[in-house]
Design a protein around this ligand. Sequence first.
Ligand code: NAI
Length: 329
Amino acid sequence: PEEHHLIRRHEDVFVEPRLLIGVGAGTEGGHFGAAGGIGQPLSLLMKLNPLVSRLALYDIAGTPVSLLTSATLTPDLRSYVFPLSPLVKGYAADEQLGQALEGSDVVIIPAGVPRKPGMTRDDLFKINAGIVKSLCEAIAKYCPNALVNMISNPVNSTVPIAAEVFKSHGVYDEKRLFGVTTLDVVRAKTFYAGKANVNVADVNAPVIGGHAGVTILPLFSQASPQANLSDEEIKALTKRTQDGGTEVVEAKAGKGSATLSMAYAGAIFADACLKGLNGVPDVVRLGKNGVEEVLGLGPLSDYEQQGLEALKPELKSSIEKGIAFVHGN
Ligand code: NAI
């Protein structure tokens, strides 16, 4: 319980007329720490998103709400400075969670502990599983139709936890639950662009699988623009994408895992969800009901095919672990 208490911070943001987004406001300790975790920068990015009409920020450790409600600006001035500014409100106490979630169309969950050097994402399970479970129970009750963007690790297990909780409340819709692995795509694109010597903005690099080690499988054979990379170079890029998170954890030497890049990736993903909900046709995979189309894997190289076979057992056992947690096994 003590650990659990230590960890809470995360928020739920939303938008109206249809949209709400939940963001974890993470920072160590203070409300406005410059070293702020995922939630704070993600909150800020979501605040700037014109599709967000209401942003509810929830964190049990206290929400950096003043950052977002612009405590220093009067409401008048605020509407002048940010004409599209959503209504932003912070919620901190357990009993406010329902209020935060009510009416939300999108809920983003970056609540929970991040890794320290030497830890795998699975090492976070003990603490984060309980956090995710309780948040999902509240979602099932207060906004069962929301699109849920799960950032909390281990994503490979927290997504099945969410699914099982929703099933047990009779509100599960596989089209509306997402594990956010966009950061793996951001990394794959960045590393590929560096190696291929092309502009990262022009790169498309699909990534399949889950979000931990070998379960992250970039499909560089389908990356564009095409580059003549050797097998060795592809292997090195694959490994670096798979280990990207660990690289950050080690570089931060005990001060957590990726935060700003995750906020960026989380904002991209949430934006795609918001566009889908608004019926923007450009986002062909997401629509008014969440997922509209599950794309096939496309042609895989032999190396990727081997990677796919290799990731299945780990992914399966992480999924089973999440399911067992909810059912008390
Ligand atoms: P952090 O420790 O800076 O922030 C976590 C926040 O969650 C804290 O403010 C804490 O008070 C809050 N929290 C804990 N329990 C809560 C609850 N029940 N309700 C509301 N808020 C609660 O951690 P950071 O760096 O922001 O990371 C958050 C999570 O995101 C970690 O699990 C981390 O592993 C994961 N992550 C996921 C990535 C991905 O690609 N999906 C990438 C990077 C991190």
